[in-house]
Design a protein around this ligand. Structure first.
Ligand SMILES: [Fe+2]
Length: 392
């Protein structure tokens, strides 16, 4: 444990005096002592502890596009020894959430590039304010969600802590890199479990490494996307016409000019209908060049943003709208249609690379958004996951 980090954390804590003092560890912390083996407050959790009680079925799954088609895997895979990495946090007697956040970030900085996904369990955190304190201790550069593509209300005013999505629990959300359809996207995505799903209720967060996906994709498909890129188009109605992802909610403003400026800053071309509806277009590569390693990474939302995703949802059942009248749609970068068999192939391969873990209340997971795709399994009952994203 670094004295340097602690010093930073204490300086930081005086700037955030509204953060309530540390609570002692809750009952899901096995030990309040520092691990004597590693000299660290972290000790690895066996993968069995992260595994869902029953493996979620994927094939023929309701509201999951492609699940009845060719090549779709039967079940979601269980966690491996190294993906995601689960770390139990032995908090000690005097650690504040700011300190613990700083310690988690120290661990993330050292290990995320290899692990790609690190789950911290046993943090004495229960509320959105606790999650905020942890993120403040981490001292990342917060990223807002303006122009995002899921209904994501702010959980805490004047912060970048969000309720991950208000999409109905019945939907399974496809794998994607967060905000890959925008010019500015997070390097790290932090999810926090405020309320874990009940017994056998689903709600796992599936994860897949981009390198695994691209290694299994047909090279011809990869090549075509590499050459052409992806065009993202979006339809955001005025809130007077629909309460499902109106532009006022997605840009957190009622001011049309502010929304338009925000969209343009994110790289979108903007058009308006006379009725106040907003249309956005943005072309982007399907691959990212890693800012440090230069590695070419499969980084996109080709399937999640395709209209076939929306068409699989109950609210659009039986709908026959033009493709661009669904909330989002994708083309190849030259505006040509993506073939149905290519979409099916990408979906089947991506899910075959995915693994799922079971949330516990107070869990915090850090994802390397450049190298990992995530989604959400459908669930029943209550579940509440918060999210914080950082640009660094
Ligand atoms: Fe997401």
């Amino acid at each position: 444990m670094s004295t340097f980090v602690f010093t930073l954390a204490w300086r930081q804590s005086s700037r955030f005096c509204h953060i309530r003092p540390i609570k002692h560890a809750t009952s899901n912390v096995l030990s309040t002592k520092t691990s004597s083996v590693t000299g660290s407050i972290f000790e690895q959790i066996p993968k069995e502890e992260l595994a869902p009680k029953t493996r979620p079925r994927l094939r023929d799954r309701e509201f999951l596009p492609g699940s009845t088609g060719d090549g779709f895997p039967e079940f979601l895979a269980e966690p491996s020894d190294s993906f995601p990495v689960g770390m139990r946090v032995n908090t000690g007697d005097k650690s504040s959430l700011l300190e613990l956040g700083a310690n988690c970030m120290e661990y993330i900085k050292t290990n995320l590039a290899n692990s790609q996904a690190i789950l911290f369990r046993g943090l004495p955190a229960e509320t959105a304010e606790d999650f905020l304190a942890l993120t403040q201790g981490m001292r990342g550069k917060p990223l807002n969600y303006e122009g995002g593509a899921t209904p994501r209300p702010k959980e805490l005013k004047n912060s970048d802590i969000y309720f991950a999505t208000t999409e109905p629990g019945a939907y399974t959300i496809e794998l994607h890199n967060e905000m890959a359809y925008l010019k500015t996207f997070p390097r790290k995505v932090l999810f926090f479990c405020q309320k874990e799903p009940g017994e056998s209720c689903g709600g796992e967060t599936p994860l897949a490494k981009c390198s695994d996906i691209v290694s299994k994709l047909d090279p011809e498909v990869v090549k075509k996307f590499d050459v052409k890129g992806v065009m993202y188009v979006r339809y955001l109605p005025d809130k007077s016409r629909s309460d499902y992802m109106p532009w006022q909610h997605q840009f957190y403003t009622d001011d049309r000019k502010v929304a338009e400026r925000g969209a343009q800053q994110q790289g979108y071309t903007v058009k308006w209908d006379d009725n106040g509806d907003m249309y956005l277009t943005y072309s982007a590569p399907a691959f990212l060049s890693h800012p440090v390693t230069g590695e070419k990474i499969w980084f996109n939302q080709i399937t999640t943003h395709h209209c076939t995703y929306s068409k699989a949802l109950p609210q659009y059942k039986g709908s026959d709208l033009p493709d661009e009248k669904y909330p989002h749609h994708t083309y190849y970068g030259d505006g040509s249609d993506i073939e149905p068999e290519v979409l099916q192939h990408i979906r089947a391969v991506s899910w075959s690379c995915a693994t799922g873990f079971r949330w516990k209340k107070g869990d915090l997971i850090a994802l390397n958004n450049l190298n990992v795709q995530h989604g959400r399994m459908a669930f029943t009952g209550e579940r509440k996951i918060l999210v914080h994203m950082t640009a660094d």
